[in-house]
Design a protein around this ligand. Structure first.
Ligand SMILES: [Zn+2]
Length: 77
């Protein structure tokens, strides 16, 4: 999966492959170097984990494309 992350500071959008998320210690905006909090990063990792876990029971022939926006409501920096 690919996350398109919109920087909360400068609104620049950058792509993050979820499979590389696990190795990341931090996410940094390529434009303004705004760092996302560790808490936010961990939550993104958890979302990916939950999707992976729940995909195990799906029929192998099934392909699902997930699209949508994850919106934080209480994220202040
Ligand atoms: Zn930024």
């Amino acid at each position: 999966m690919k996350y398109t992350i919109t920087c909360p500071k400068c609104s620049t959008q950058y792509l993050q492959e979820s499979k590389y998320l696990e190795d990341k210690e931090q996410l940094i905006c390529p434009n303004c170097n705004k760092r996302l909090s560790v808490d936010t990063l961990n939550k993104l990792k958890n979302i990916d984990k939950v999707i992976k876990e729940n995909s195990k029971n799906l029929d192998d022939a099934l392909k699902v494309n997930i699209e949508g926006t994850i919106k934080g409501s209480s994220v202040f920096f």
